[in-house]
Design a protein around this ligand. Structure first.
Ligand SMILES: *[C@@H]1O[C@H](CO)[C@@H](O)[C@H](O)[C@H]1NC(C)=O
Ligand SMILES: *[C@@H]1O[C@H](CO)[C@@H](O)[C@H](O)[C@H]1NC(C)=O
Ligand SMILES: *[C@@H]1O[C@H](CO)[C@@H](O)[C@H](O)[C@H]1NC(C)=O
Ligand SMILES: *[C@@H]1O[C@H](CO)[C@@H](O)[C@H](O)[C@H]1NC(C)=O
Ligand SMILES: *[C@@H]1O[C@H](CO)[C@@H](O)[C@H](O)[C@H]1NC(C)=O
Ligand SMILES: *[C@@H]1O[C@H](CO)[C@@H](O)[C@H](O)[C@H]1NC(C)=O
Ligand SMILES: *[C@@H]1O[C@H](CO)[C@@H](O)[C@H](O)[C@H]1NC(C)=O
Ligand SMILES: *[C@@H]1O[C@H](CO)[C@@H](O)[C@H](O)[C@H]1NC(C)=O
Ligand SMILES: *[C@@H]1O[C@H](CO)[C@@H](O)[C@H](O)[C@H]1NC(C)=O
Ligand SMILES: *[C@@H]1O[C@H](CO)[C@@H](O)[C@H](O)[C@H]1NC(C)=O
Ligand SMILES: *[C@@H]1O[C@H](CO)[C@@H](O)[C@H](O)[C@H]1NC(C)=O
Ligand SMILES: *[C@@H]1O[C@H](CO)[C@@H](O)[C@H](O)[C@H]1NC(C)=O
Length: 593
């Protein structure tokens, strides 16, 4: 009988391998992280203030992963308010349950923790995480994410000698609760107090402009080596020009896609955007060099203090950097240089991405658009007595019950599927309108920025082709200016004030996905919505089922147990089938013995 049992077991194992190739013996590796968010006191600009640290560090630690890794991140909320962590640019294939925004997740309450479980499915590149609620990103809580290529996949450049991550962002000495109160009181944000580089204030390049005693960032390098420098704008609302004195920035990647390689002396990086540069240390180290991130499209003489300065130090450096900073682009009144620079960023269509096939093998320019959405922003306005922002006249309020959870439990009225595909000429209102998008559709979204500030727009769960940009009102004729061959794919695009950006998206990722401005103040006041993309033949294969540790809230509050008692399971989607098989297996063993 024992022998029979073994052969049965073998049979069963084979059956498992056949049924679950990714689950069983050829499983993708799992990686585990604990991220604990707490307040610390820090003085990045010389003024003590409340900062959100991750594991005691500001910025938070790197999540270093490889394509297809199963990531388990246990997020601990030691703050005094609700928390959700979102993973900017990570596509969460079929799994918007892990996306960490209020339309898809109930918040993690103070003093609780929750484990996110997702796969870095078919992605490579540079991304970052940040807390998505309550304006918290303005106080920190962010950190970088790297998805490395699998060793069998070639990268379109020589293996760099080192990897350097740099976060840049505008910063206020007021904490996020104070900034939030200002917005709640109907006031806009004032000029930021500075720009931080890796959470640190400016190097004292000018004794008048920078006070003494500020800690600055130093990046150590060796002469002759080439580094992959990954730069993320994690700030609130300021576009930044990034440059390294006397060094070329050879652009290589943006938010998960390889670009054609070209040298820049400086690049505009807008809020929420990520880039990789290959930087060769080809100078003779007569001194250290400045690394600069300065506010863009502002009156430089008024915004001088909104400049981040770090130091690039060769191991054979002969002394500190001195003299003026490398010049920023001088075009306060002219956006064309910046737009041309943005349009010059092209996809390397012959390089492999996360898979061996070329990045350009999806010929997006030949696919017919199934629906067009024109999404328009205007400056903040008063709706019902409070200052709000809108998309197509709708200022979004999050549903009390997350959208897919409401669907699963037949909660009615949680949201509406009536987000308009055009900016309608009607009274702006506060609402829960979501886009009813068609699974497998190929859509065109035109972000029309009728606001007075530079904006970035981000779509969760997807990357999109940035087909075109203009400085005017978009019309159907604008399509003739689209790049239909090698537009860059990314998840965050800039939209110039008074202008438009058109993106093309293939809707192959079922779920509910946030569309938002990355400008934190505009987002906070209502400039977001969701796209609900559900396969009408949904059978569990195109969308993951809710995770076993799912949190409940809103109309489903009654289902909430003590959050800390719900141990997460690694088995998702297939788990029910697996359970059935196991039952069958043990039943067989019982019969046979
Ligand atoms: C945040 O700022 C407000 C207003 O300045 C202040 O009252 C509050 O104490 C600050 N919070 C912390 C934890 O420092
Ligand atoms: C990330 O992990 C890989 C191994 O998987 C390692 O080679 C690399 O040095 C790590 N990168 C960083 C920046 O720590
Ligand atoms: C909370 O963290 C503990 C370990 O610190 C873990 O065992 C538990 O599963 C976590 N809870 C959730 C809901 O992730
Ligand atoms: C420092 O900045 C001030 C204000 O812009 C300027 O007047 C001064 O010349 C600068 N000093 C040096 C040494 O560059
Ligand atoms: C970029 O600049 C480097 C010098 O740092 C040079 O060696 C390289 O050839 C340039 N590459 C391109 C594509 O222009
Ligand atoms: C190398 O350093 C010397 C001063 O030590 C300087 O005169 C020279 O211009 C530098 N060369 C380069 C290529 O930067
Ligand atoms: C910038 O601000 C300064 C000081 O207020 C002012 O004199 C100057 O005219 C402004 N420059 C531009 C281009 O608006
Ligand atoms: C796109 O539409 C045109 C006409 O509307 C049609 O002729 C063509 O076959 C379509 N292409 C694809 C790939 O469906
Ligand atoms: C929701 O409604 C559907 C169809 O009306 C029903 O099959 C399902 O059991 C309901 N689900 C819950 C959790 O009540
Ligand atoms: C203003 O608020 C009232 C009450 O909450 C609501 O009924 C009405 O629809 C709101 N109006 C707009 C334009 O949002
Ligand atoms: C959403 O769109 C689908 C077609 O894609 C349609 O069948 C359905 O009725 C729409 N739902 C609503 C609420 O408009
Ligand atoms: C907003 O749109 C109106 C009407 O098309 C136009 O007159 C105005 O210049 C626009 N403003 C901006 C900042 O785009």
């Amino acid at each position: 009988m024992a022998l029979f049992g073994v052969s049965l077991f073998t049979l069963f194992s084979l059956l498992l391998v056949a049924l679950f190739p990714s689950l069983c013996f050829t499983a993708d590796p799992s990686i585990f992280y604990d991220l604990r968010l707490s307040y610390i006191t820090a003085s990045p600009l010389g003024v003590p203030q409340q900062v959100i640290a991750v594991n005691g560090k500001f910025p938070g630690p790197l999540i270093n992963s490889t394509t297809n890794d199963n990531v388990n991140v246990n997020v601990h909320n030691d703050l005094d308010e609700n928390l959700l962590m979102t993973w900017s640019g990570i596509q969460m294939r079929r799994d918007s349950w892990q996306d960490g925004v209020l339309g898809t997740n109930c918040p993690i309450l103070p003093k609780r923790n929750w484990t996110y479980q997702f796969q870095m499915k078919d992605q490579i590149g540079s991304f970052f995480y940040f807390p998505s609620l309550n304006f918290q990103r303005a106080s920190g809580g962010f950190g970088p994410i790297i998805i490395n290529n699998r060793v069998i996949i070639a990268i379109p450049f020589a293996q760099p000698d080192g990897d350097i991550t740099i976060t840049i962002g505008d910063w206020y000495t007021q904490n996020h609760t104070a900034l939030r109160s200002a917005l709640d009181a109907g006031k806009g944000l004032a000029m930021p107090d500075g720009v931080l580089i890796n959470g640190k204030g400016p190097y004292r390049y000018n004794n008048t402009l920078v006070p003494d005693g500020i800690e600055y960032e130093t990046i150590q390098v060796d002469p002759g080596k080439t580094y992959r420098v990954r730069v993320h704008n994690v700030g609130i609302s300021t576009s930044l020009n990034f440059r390294i004195q006397n060094h070329f920035l050879l652009l290589a990647e943006t938010e998960g896609y390889y670009t054609t390689q070209q040298n820049f002396t400086s690049l505009d990086i807008h809020v929420g955007q990520s880039y990789s540069f290959l930087v060769t240390m080809d100078q003779n180290a007569s001194s250290d060099y400045y690394i600069v991130a300065s506010a863009r499209f502002v009156n430089e003489s008024l915004w001088q203090r909104v400049t981040g300065v770090a130091v690039l130090r060769y191991s054979n450096s002969k002394g500190p950097a001195t003299g003026p900073l490398p010049d920023p682009p001088n075009d306060f009144y002219d956006k064309s240089w910046s737009m041309n620079q943005a349009l010059s960023i092209r996809q390397n269509v012959s390089a492999s991405g996360a898979r061996p096939n070329p990045q350009g093998s999806f010929h997006y320019g030949q696919i017919n658009v199934t629906q067009t959405y024109v999404i328009k922003t205007v400056p903040p306005e008063i709706i019902n007595g409070t200052l709000r922002t809108t998309l197509n006249g709708i200022s979004f309020v999050n549903p009390d019950t997350p959208i897919r959870l409401a669907d699963k439990y037949n909660v009615t009225g949680a949201y509406k599927l009536d987000f308009p595909d055009q900016p309608l000429n009607r009274t702006p209102r506060v609402d829960r309108s979501v886009i009813n998008a068609t699974y497998k559709g190929f859509i065109e979204i035109i972000f029309q920025n009728n606001d007075t500030v530079m904006q970035s727009f981000h779509v969760d769960g997807y990357s999109f082709f940035v087909a075109g940009m203009g400085t005017d009102e978009w019309t159907v004729d604008s399509r003739s200016r689209y790049n239909k061959w090698d537009s860059i794919s990314r998840s965050t695009t800039q939209v110039f004030p008074g202008g438009w950006t058109a993106v093309l998206i293939s809707l192959d990722n079922a779920g509910v996905w946030n569309i938002r401005t990355e400008n934190l103040d505009r987002w906070y006041l209502g400039q977001e919505t969701y796209m609900k993309i559900i396969n009408p033949q949904e059978n569990g294969a195109t969308e993951m089922d809710k995770p076993e540790n799912v949190l409940y809230c809103g109309a489903l509050q009654y289902l909430a147990k003590d959050q800390n008692n719900s141990a997460g399971s690694v088995l998702r989607g297939n788990s029910k089938l697996l359970f059935t098989l196991l039952v069958a297996f043990f039943a067989l063993i019982n019969i046979s013995s």
